[in-house]
Design a protein around this ligand. Sequence first.
Ligand code: 3NM
Length: 217
Amino acid sequence: MDKSKLQLYFIAGTTNLGDRNLLDVLQAALKGGITAFQLREKGEGALQGDALKTLAEQCKQLCNEYKVPFIVNDDVDLAIAVDADGVHIGQEDGDIAEVRKKIGSDKILGVSTHSVTDAMTASDAGANYVGVGPLFETASKENAGTPVGPELVRQVVNVLPGLPMVGIGGITERKAGRVIREGASGVAVISAIAHAKDVEQAARAMKGVITLASTGV
Ligand code: 3NM
């Protein structure tokens, strides 16, 4: 896949947003320059069934307008039903090769990984990119585990230099540059954008940091 699409990868679901409307937040983030979006509808009060499908269709349409890939977390059937650009699965979300078979070769397949071994397994099984984390402490994922530290990004890049990869977990505007300099294609964030006072501005500022760090300035 095109690694540049992973530069600023925004993840959100309605349960991350309190009173905010997901489509409003997504639109502001798109205006601010996010390069990918993942709908991750999880936890108490998460939408299901038709309500979730409708939301996914609306997210997809918005992402299409900005030519940004729309990825669905975990729910392979939903991703197929709304013809999302891809699916992202965790270590506990089923067999990676099986998911690849189900979605076909055209859709993007992303996998969450927490070690070099996880990343090698994901790559061998047909992942287009991996998420490596949690790099830092995060409040956005239950049972995220002990932070692996940004050094793991470098270790994964050394072993799998061609594999597109995003760092994830507790990444802020201040920490994003370090993650890129360790060799990540980009950063994946929930709270740095979803909880920002000004979502568009937060996305724009983070994109600026990433662009600078990517060009080595
Ligand atoms: N996955 P925030 S950490 C969804 O380590 C997710 O695989 C993680 O949210 C992993 O940017 C995480 O608010 C939460 O820390 C990221």
